[in-house]
Design a protein around this ligand. Structure first.
Ligand SMILES: [Fe+2]
Length: 320
């Protein structure tokens, strides 16, 4: 049993009945986290459950301490998003006069983001993050989570066989209307936030990258369906219609809504997720409302990312 369940004033429960991933921890505070054994227990719970919802102490410091139980913090690559005096925290914000909007299946949504892995468009995907609300909208604004170990388990044997040694190409294009596998929806870009408009000017300064479609969680030996519909361009080894059809088939398993957990935020919530194994998405809010979230970026590198060299079309070798 995880020792978090035995701490005074702390409760450890499933995230949702019948959901085979995720955990909820109630009542944990910074005092508990002074004990290294408790910090290790948070880490072990993340490896086992993939997503942890915390209700308890609600401060920048607690958000940073929970994050540091998993690893060092890193600065998100876009300074436009950093919180003043706290560059290890970013603000994910939507304001009617400064927010990114998409039309999704005919509905205009502020701050909508399809299923994705953070920083999948770099060769070193970050380990995870902790999200926490600063300002919530009246409507919408949920964050979805999907476990990709379970997604792999759902794959038919023959599909597992076909994708075993393949890699997916990812683009740093943050215009998610250009994501070809973003949840089988009709998506149209309407306008970008000021930070979006600055970041996207540098889109061609970043290389395309590759990640394997399947990898093994080293702590447990479980296989992960390592596919982010957001930012995906295609299969490296299989361009054209055949690769597109295969990736569309894979996407139907990894982004299956039947197995998703959607978090409806309340003030004081924090959610930690394993970015190497869990997809997340933002459902968006009405375009005339406001929403601001704080997020940390927990450092790490599973060492399987590769940069694609423009000059040769070959993969840049990275030490493993
Ligand atoms: Fe994200």
């Amino acid at each position: 049993m995880n020792i978090l369940a035995q701490l005074d004033g702390v409760e450890l429960v499933p995230l949702k009945p019948d959901l085979p991933f995720g955990a909820e921890v109630r009542g944990l505070n910074r005092e508990h986290l002074e004990d290294q054994a408790v910090r290790s227990a948070v880490n072990a719970l993340l490896v086992q459950a993939g997503v942890i919802y915390f209700r308890g102490e609600d401060t920048h410091e607690m958000q940073l301490e929970i994050s540091k139980c998993i690893g060092e913090l890193e600065h998100f690559p876009y300074p436009e998003t950093w919180v003043e005096n706290h560059p290890e925290l970013v603000e994910i914000k939507y304001f009617p006069d400064n927010g990114t909007c998409y039309e999704v299946d005919g509905e205009c949504l502020g701050g909508w983001v399809p299923w994705h892995t953070d920083l999948i468009y770099t060769d070193a995907i970050n380990r995870g993050g902790v999200l926490r609300p600063k300002q919530l909208s009246q409507h919408g604004g949920k964050t979805g989570f999907l476990d990709q170990i379970l997604a792999y388990e759902r794959l038919p044997e023959e599909l597992r066989h076909r994708i075993a040694d393949l890699h997916v190409v990812y683009s740093p294009d943050i215009n998610l209307a250009n994501s070809r596998f973003a949840g089988f929806r009709q998506v149209r870009f309407i306008r970008g936030a000021r930070s979006f408009n600055e970041i996207i000017k540098r889109v061609y300064q970043r290389p395309l990258v590759l990640h394997p479609l399947v990898y093994v969680q080293k702590e447990s030996g479980r296989k992960v369906l390592n596919f982010s519909p957001g930012f995906a361009q295609g299969i490296y080894e299989l361009g054209g219609p055949e690769g597109e059809a295969l990736l569309t088939e894979v996407a139907s398993y990894c982004a299956s809504e039947d197995y998703a957990y959607y978090h409806a935020w309340q003030p004081g919530d924090m959610v930690l997720w394993d970015n190497w194994r869990v997809l997340h998405c933002a459902t968006g809010i009405p375009v005339d409302e406001e929403r601001v979230m704080y997020r940390t970026t927990i450092s790490g590198d599973y060492k399987l990312g590769r940069r694609l060299r423009w000059e040769t079309g070959e993969l840049e070798k990275i030490e493993i």
